[in-house]
Design a protein around this ligand. Structure first.
Ligand SMILES: *Cc1c(COP(=O)(O)O)cnc(C)c1O
Length: 385
């Protein structure tokens, strides 16, 4: 019997390990020259003027909202089809995340619903590039401009991606990336904010290190001094040089990782094309999709089993799967505080019942993709109506 194919395995090679060991041997473990180099190379890669490395995308979203001056009572528009982090950061300010539904074909935030959710209290919108496919940024930017909103992109899935030829990271006011263990490039835990605004970049950097005056991180080097000032009560969100060295070596391979993902996604699309029981998400022409996830939607009317059973039976066929995401409006906290009902978000509620994410990562072999396709096809034939 074939080995179990995990849903995800990070793509770590000897060069990544050597990069981290090099930092361990250097005597400088925390934020330093590797973090600076990672920021500079990442900013250049996405075409942003500034990049600030942080210890998570959640921290990046938090500090981006802090930099734009979010305050108590403000509202921020967030898609319901996302991970916990995208909305919880809004509550850190005693501000209100206002959830909106998505477009059925891509599961990205619906710009019409963004427009309808705007009130005089709305300060920002957080588009999430679902699965790595950029949102309709032309419309989102246009709505934001008309209503004076800031656009903070949750690009946790979207590296490397682009929209109408512009890299994600160079479009919104601030863009937040994740280097969590399962993301397209990883530092174990880590994140990055990119922006073209020097004041926001400065503020984010300072608040990531206790709100200390500029360059406080140098205070233990020969260029630094023991002196610092606390300019604002900040947080502890800086990225270590061990993580940054891993990020740099991953960044240098990001293009190859992406090409593999894109190729595997095309194999999946081809492999399921003749099955009406399974619908892949649509891919729009004007985007470069980062292919963080390969999500399929099962048609419950054509199958004799539920999504839960479908995943269980794929596990028995040695294929690991997952679900992205349980929409926020279905969780107890958001039901309670937002008064949301499933029928308020018909697209996300319906999509959720049939969604399955299949393994998609550069460390898997092409034969693993074929094995997954074969297992899914076999299962569909067993359980179709
Ligand atoms: C992974 C993820 C995050 C959080 O990233 P961390 O680096 O773990 O904080 C945020 N948003 C989305 C959509 C994610 O998938």
């Amino acid at each position: 019997m074939a080995d179990y194919l995990p849903f995800h395995v990070p793509d770590i090679d000897d060069d990544d390990i050597d990069a981290v060991v090099g930092v361990l041997r250097s005597g400088w473990l925390t934020t330093g020259s590797k973090a600076r180099q990672f920021e500079q190379e990442f900013a250049a890669k996405v075409g942003a003027r500034y990049a600030v490395a942080l210890n998570s995308c959640t921290a990046a979203l938090h500090l981006a909202l802090e930099a734009i001056g979010l305050s108590e009572g403000d509202e921020v528009i967030v898609p319901t089809m996302t991970f916990a982090a995208s909305a919880e950061v809004v509550t850190y300010f005693k501000a209100k995340p206002v959830l909106v539904d998505c477009v059925p074909t891509t599961l990205n935030i619906d710009p019409d619903l963004v427009e309808r959710a705007v009130t005089p209290r709305t300060k920002a919108v957080i588009p999430v590039h679902f699965a790595g496919q950029p949102c309709d940024m032309t419309r989102i930017l246009e709505i934001a401009r008309r209503h004076g909103l800031r656009v903070i992109e949750d690009a946790a899935h979207a590296f490397p991606a682009s929209y109408k030829g512009r890299a994600i990271g160079s479009i919104g006011d601030c863009t937040c990336f994740s280097f969590y263990a399962t993301k397209n490039i990883t530092t174990g835990e880590g994140g990055m904010v990119t922006t073209d605004d020097p004041e926001w970049a400065d503020r984010i950097r300072r608040m990531s290190l206790h709100g200390l005056s500029r360059d406080a991180w140098k205070r233990y080097t020969n260029q630094g001094s023991w002196y610092y000032e606390i300019v604002a009560p900040g947080f502890k969100y800086n990225l270590t040089d061990m993580a940054a060295a891993l990020g740099l070596s991953q960044l240098h391979k990001a293009e190859r990782f992406w090409k593999t993902r894109e190729r595997y996604a095309a194999l999946y699309a081809e492999g399921f094309r003749d099955l009406p029981e399974i619908a892949p998400l649509a891919t729009r022409d004007e985007v470069q999709h980062a292919w963080h996830l390969y999500a399929i939607q099962l048609d419950p009317d054509r199958l004799r089993i539920t999504r839960e059973e479908f995943i269980e039976r794929l596990q028995h066929k040695q294929i690991g799967c997952s679900v992205h995401f349980i929409p926020l409006h279905l969780h107890p906290y958001y039901r309670r505080t937002g008064g949301y009902r499933p029928e308020d978000f018909p697209v996300a509620s319906r999509a959720f019942t049939g969604m399955v994410s299949l393994p998609l990562y550069s460390k898997m072999a092409e034969s693993d993709v074929h094995r997954t396709i074969a297992a899914v096809r076999e299962l569909v034939l067993e359980v179709r109506r």
